[in-house]
Design a protein around this ligand. Structure first.
Ligand SMILES: Cc1cc2nc3c(=O)[nH]c(=O)nc-3n(C[C@H](O)[C@H](O)[C@H](O)COP(=O)(O)OP(=O)(O)OC[C@H]3O[C@@H](n4cnc5c(N)ncnc54)[C@H](O)[C@@H]3O)c2cc1C
Length: 387
């Protein structure tokens, strides 16, 4: 089904993204990122130069000023994922969808002026650190503390599973500044590379997304100056997190639809090229029926997500609506990728095939950004009239 949410600016931007992909996203670069466990900074900078990073940074700070129009980011996800580079799409997303928006929406003027221009050029890579070894879904259970001292805070604790955690220069970090677990007991501080006592731990060895670093972080008596308290106000951390979660969840839905669409393309190609029992794999009725199901699922995914993209643009995508998109799309993505992988036969189990890597990359979409169980909890609470 033809989609109608893009205008000529988005299509012109798509051409630009395609030329970036042609130049930088090769089999060789995908293999290198996977082997090194991270996207090299030169590629990130080239992406920024081409306008693929910094889309959410306001124009006055050197970006494209498109934070509220997620269609541009969607074009990036579609094209990069179609090229088999889910890890690269992930690294772009952490910068533009997770780190930058905190500064844009909640940073002080000084924080914006200091960090956003460098984030637009990828001179500074950002990360968002909420999860800890002892607390993921239940973020009020975190134990990283930021104790007030003269001129700033002293941070102690550890974070885990942090995307871009090894390569990040600036970590938007969720901490406890008060007692108990009331929402106002939490704040967000900006922790910089090089601050004494801040260590990036080892890169974690994951099921998928091999080319995008995920790391542990530790903080031992890290002095963070007052000017690095996000928004300059203590006790706002929980509200700040809630503000950005709809975008994070929408972005996972978009990645899911992009992967499902890409999987359909790869599978059509494979099943037309390969033969068994004297005919093409696509000539088996089973294959065609499965592909028909996949094609409809992809259409419906986009119909739903496109609606969410427009709602987000109008500032109307609620936490509950974003939670629905996230869990529903990541589950359809999983079904589609599993079906498409099966139609590749043994080749679907080989890491050199994009379907294989996309399948492994997809699994985390049901886990991060809030697990799908937590998403259902959010949606069902609203249905039950409980918040
Ligand atoms: C590759 C990767 C990248 C990540 N990137 C980041 C990042 O950049 N920044 C960051 O802060 N975090 C990141 N995370 C962490 C991620 O957000 C958490 O793993 C996730 O929120 C789940 O938390 P947990 O792992 O502690 O699981 P737990 O909270 O221990 O959950 C375990 C299981 O219990 C279920 N469960 C928990 N509570 C409930 C409940 N109330 N009702 C029903 N079921 C429940 C969960 O759904 C899950 O199935 C990343 C994780 C991965 C794997």
């Amino acid at each position: 089904m033809e989609r109608d949410i893009y205008d000529e600016d988005h299509e012109a931007f798509r051409d630009l993204v395609k030329s970036f992909v042609k130049k930088y996203v090769t089999n060789e670069s995908i293999q290198r990122w996977d082997a090194e466990g991270e996207i090299d900074r030169a590629t990130m900078k080239a992406a920024a130069e081409s306008g693929l990073i910094g889309l959410s940074v306001p124009e006055e700070f050197g970006g494209a000023g498109m934070l509220q129009d997620y269609r541009f980011r969607t074009v990036v996800s579609e094209e990069v994922i179609a090229a088999g580079a889910g890890s690269l799409a992930g690294a772009f997303g952490i910068q533009d969808d997770l780190a930058v928006p905190y500064l844009v929406h909640m940073g002080t003027d000084e924080q914006k002026a200091k960090w956003l221009p460098k984030m637009a050029t990828a001179e500074v890579i950002g990360a968002l650190a909420m999860t800890e070894p002892g607390a993921g879904s239940d973020l009020r259970g975190i134990s990283t503390t930021a104790k007030k001292v003269e001129g700033g805070y002293v941070v102690n604790g550890a974070k885990t599973f942090i995307s871009s955690g090894k390569t990040a220069d600036l970590v938007v970090t969720f901490v406890k500044t008060g007692e108990g677990n009331r929402p106002d007991a939490f704040s967000i501080v900006l922790i910089e590379n090089g601050m004494e006592g801040f260590e990036h731990g080892k890169k974690l060895n994951k099921l998928g997304s091999h080319g995008h670093d995920t790391a542990e972080l530790s903080f031992t008596d890290v002095f963070v100056p007052d000017e690095n308290l996000l928004g300059g106000e203590e006790g706002r951390g929980f509200i700040q997190l809630m503000t950005n979660l709809p975008l994070e969840r929408l972005s996972i839905g978009v990645a899911g639809a992009s992967a499902a669409q890409a999987a359909l393309g790869w599978t059509l190609e494979h099943t037309k090229a390969r033969e068994a029992f004297g005919q093409r794999i696509i000539d088996f009725q089973n294959t065609r029926f499965k592909l028909a199901d996949v094609a409809v699922t992809v259409d419906v995914m986009w119909a739903y997500i496109d609606r969410a993209l427009l709602a987000y643009k109008e500032g109307k995508l609620t936490a509950e609506e974003a939670a629905k998109v996230k869990f529903w799309a990541s589950e359809r993505e999983w079904e589609v990728l599993d079906t498409c992988l099966q139609l590749h036969g043994g080749y679907g189990y080989m890491n050199e095939y994009p379907i294989t890597r996309a399948f492994a990359d997809a699994r985390v979409h049901r886990i991060y950004g809030g697990t799908n169980e937590i998403m259902r909890d959010i949606v069902s609470r609203q249905l039950a009239g409980k918040r």
